[in-house]
Structures are given as C-alpha cells and as structure tokens.
Design a protein around this ligand. Structure first.
Ligand code: PMV
Length: 330
C-alpha cells in the first residue's frame, strides 16, 4: 500500500491555455512540450486504515487549504478508479521552486498519479496514467512521458481521447537545451487554473489564439522531427507571446511579467543579434525559459547568470518519463 514515484516538470513549446471542460480538465487546443531532466518531484504515497483523513506534506511542510484539497480530490479520483477506500499520507519534495511558473503542478500530479496507483497495486499503461494525471493538472498528462510529448485536445465529452503521447524520446535530440531562469521564486498570485478560465471568457484575442494553434502545432512537430532548431525556437517564442497577449487582454488583465522578465528577454535578443541562436518561452509566471543548442548553452547561461535580476539558472536537457522509485520519503 506504499509506493514512490518521480516525475519531471515539462515546459510547453506550444502552450495549453483554456479549457473546454473545467471538471474533466479538457483543453480547447492541443499542446507540445519537452519533459526536462532536472526539475523533479519525488512523491511517496501510503494508503492505510491507520489514516483517518488524507495528509499532504510538501517540502517538509504539512499543507492545508486549497493546495491540499486538489491533492485530496485527486486521491479520491484514484480511489474511485481503483475501487479502494483507504485514506493516504502523501509526502512530496520538489528540487526546484514550487508554484512559480516552473511547472511544479505538472511533475507533482504526474508523480502523485503514478505513486498512488502503484500503491493501490493497480498498474495502468501510460495512456491511462496520462488521462488520470490530466484530471489533477492538465499539463501533468505530458509529464508521464519523457522527451517530447503532445497532448491531443480530443473531441469526446468524457475525455477518453484527451491524453498525451510521446512524439520523440529524450535520446532523439540530446543537443536541445532549455535554461530556466528564476527571477522570482515566490508563489504566483493568479494560478493558471483561474487565469485561463478568465481569459477564455473575456479576451478578444482568444479566438485568434485558437485559430492559429493548429499551424503552431504542425510547425513544432515538423521542427522536432527534423531537429530544426530555428523552427522550434521561433515557433515556441511566438506561441508564448501570443498566449501572453491573450492574458494581457483578459479582463481584468493578467500580467505575469516583472521588470526582470523583460531584462532576460532583452538579453536573449542581444545574444541572437550577436549570432548566438536562442529563443525564449514563458508560462504562467515571471520566469523565462531560454531555448538553445547544447554547444551554446554554457555561454548563454553565463550571460543570463550575470544579470542581477537572475537568482538562479537551471540547465535542462530532454529528460525521462515518470518512474517508480524504491527509495521512499517516509
Ligand atoms: O496544467 P496547468 O493548470 O498547470 O496549466 C499549464 C499552463 C501553461 O503552463 C501556461 C501552459 C502549458 O501548456 O504548460
């Protein structure tokens, strides 16, 4: 009744922003991501009669309120699917900042899904794990897979055709590098769940976001298959800017950017103008993730680390799928 899993955060190269079903977490558009090899959540789950209610401990701190509610809800879903009743103790650690726009909910719900189903002795294939993880946090369905993954929005109202699959393994493109710059490690004020709901409802640009998603997905897929870095970088950058344009035009506006965000973006543009190819992408937070090839990574990392606004840089390559670990946290 006890199991531990690790999962890595994934960063979308073509973003998911908006749901067609809030409860089942079904997206309005498909998305493509890279699972990283560095930003990892480790989660141990133990079910048992000795637990009177679900307990959630994150980075050594007992969590209550909304964050623990989402975990309890996910445990409830897994209990229902596995036809079990016992409550659980969940302990999780992240080796990177939590809820700061670095995809900790993706690695978190992927690790929780794998550990909890394993602890209940039910073994699901990756497709089903992806469907379950999606209902914890949408982007988590991609972290079940390593390398590059695509999450299909699906058509069905029950969500059985909305899951991720791998489009290329990590080994396929080892030179592809992502440098996550941490400019502010605190928790964001507007969670992506609430933010995207408001965007779908009020942004006049949301229609064009949806109309252009298909082209971005086609270019990204082609770029990854051909290992064509300029296509992947340019498509990712323009897709992220489009997503932020829908956020800026939401009522009331959602602005995740800070002055430090602009400083990093400017540094990326300067590097590019001086002949070092790199592009940026951003999620629901102020952190900028810089895409480059391995041969340029150290130089770019050194320049970004020199900015006073940058507290930390994390250099990531394409990483592994969610895995069972034999080392428990408790
Ligand atoms: O799955 P959520 O609720 O963490 O939403 C993720 C949203 C973005 O990170 C902005 C985009 C994405 O596709 O990961």
């Amino acid at each position: 009744m006890k199991a531990t899993a690790t999962a890595n955060a994934n960063i979308a190269l073509v973003k998911y922003w908006g749901k067609r079903d809030e409860k089942l977490i079904l997206p309005t558009n498909s998305s493509i991501s890279m699972t990283t090899d560095k930003m990892t959540t480790t989660t141990t789950v133990e079910f048992g009669k000795k637990y009177k209610s679900d307990i959630f401990v994150l980075n050594g701190k007992k969590i209550s309120g909304k964050e623990s509610k989402n975990v309890q809800k996910h445990l409830g879903l897994i209990r229902k699917i596995c036809k079990k009743k016992e409550k659980a103790r969940v302990e999780s650690t992240n080796n990177f900042p939590t809820a700061a726009g670095l995809a900790s909910s993706a690695s978190g719900f992927a690790a929780l899904t794998l550990a909890a189903t394993h602890a209940l002795c039910v073994s699901f294939d990756k497709k089903h794990l992806s469907i379950i993880a999606r209902q914890g946090s949408g982007s988590a369905c991609r972290s079940i897979f390593g390398g590059f993954a695509e999450w299909k929005h699906g058509e069905k109202s029950d969500g059985t055709d909305s899951y991720a699959h791998q489009i290329a393994p990590a080994e396929y493109w080892k030179e592809f590098t992502m440098i996550a710059t941490v400019v502010f490690a605190g928790e964001k004020k507007i969670k992506s769940r609430a933010g995207m709901k408001q965007t779908v409802k009020t942004s006049p640009l949301y229609k064009s976001w949806l109309e252009t998603a298909g082209n971005d997905l086609n270019s990204m897929r082609k770029g990854i298959f051909a290992k064509n870095f300029p296509i992947v970088g340019k498509t990712a950058e323009s897709n992220a800017l489009k997503m932020h344009a829908t956020m800026f035009t939401t009522k009331p506006p959602i602005i995740y950017w800070s002055p430090a965000t602009i400083k990093v973006i400017k540094a990326v543009q300067e590097l590019r103008e001086s002949g070092t190819e790199c592009y940026f992408t951003m999620d629901a937070g102020p952190q900028v993730k810089v895409l480059c090839l391995k041969k340029n990574a150290k130089k770019i990392q050194a320049k970004l680390s020199n900015l006073t606004e940058v507290q930390k840089t994390i250099l990531c390559a394409p990483g592994s799928h969610a895995k069972i670990s034999l080392e428990h946290l408790f």
